[in-house]
Design a protein around this ligand. Structure first.
Ligand SMILES: N[C@@H](CCC(=O)N[C@@H](CS)C(=O)NCC(=O)O)C(=O)O
Length: 229
């Protein structure tokens, strides 16, 4: 029987949500094995990652017998098992922490992904259909996604004007911040004009963390870390 403690393995994909997990692990200064995967030309994950995660998404971690996907579940698992009480919200911020931890993937990311796909469809279609598809998808974006994103931007801006530096109102990041960081930096990279000053400051605050910078160095290609804010 091995007495070696299990070491967490993170399957990381370039330009992806797995950057969140690296940021958390660097904040915790936890040893981990990093397996880097590169997206295929159509943005999908390569075969080696499909073997680990039948859902064909990143991030995914393994820890002993456990294989876990979904970045929210991964962040909560790591904090619960290895957090040693760090990066927890103050009592007054527990509900905000719960809310933003789930809101990131539950509401905000689907809207941002919709917008990404609406922009992508015309560019990937036969040349002759592009003007028509561009018209249809930009109309959909303006009618459906944009108004909803504006509501989210105002909502988050308002919260950040009250909570202080971090979403749960404490002195440091919590699961809410590890989860929201990716959505906000993707948004700041794609449509900074939609975002208010508090959101932009927040993204810069995340990027200024030494642990975030270490995660960037280790993770490699990540295009969302330098939005023009
Ligand atoms: N809600 C999931 C989303 C996972 C996800 O869609 N990951 C993207 C990378 S950011 C991916 O693997 N995309 C490849 C694909 O869908 O083919 C999570 O938070 O982990």
């Amino acid at each position: 029987m091995s007495s070696e403690p299990s070491v967490l393995t993170v399957h990381h994909l370039d330009n992806s949500r797995s950057q969140r997990v690296l940021w958390l692990l660097e904040e915790l200064e936890l040893p981990y094995t990093l397996v880097k995967h590169r997206r295929r030309e159509d943005f999908s994950v390569p075969e080696e990652l499909r073997v680990v995660n039948p859902l064909r998404t990143a991030p995914v971690i393994t820890d002993g017998d456990i294989t876990l996907a979904e970045s929210g579940a991964i962040i909560e698992y790591i904090l619960g098992k290895y957090g040693s009480g760090k990066f927890l919200p103050p009592d007054s911020g527990k509900v905000d922490n719960l809310f933003y931890t789930h809101y990131a993937e539950g509401t905000l990311m689907p809207l941002l992904v919709n917008r990404f796909i609406f922009g992508l469809v015309p560019t990937k279609s036969p040349f002759i259909f592009r003007p028509l598809l561009w018209y249809i998808f930009s109309t959909l974006d303006n009618a459906v996604v944009n108004p909803r994103l504006k509501v989210q931007a105002e909502f988050i801006e308002e919260h950040l004007s009250k909570c202080g530096d971090w979403l749960a109102g404490g002195q440091g990041p919590t699961s809410a911040d590890f989860m929201m960081s990716f959505a906000l930096e993707v948004w700041a990279d794609g449509s900074p004009d939609m975002l208010g000053p508090k959101i932009k400051e927040y993204v810069k605050r995340v990027h200024a963390r030494p642990a975030y910078q270490r995660a960037l160095t280790k993770g490699g290609e990540y295009k969302y870390a330098k939005p023009a804010l």
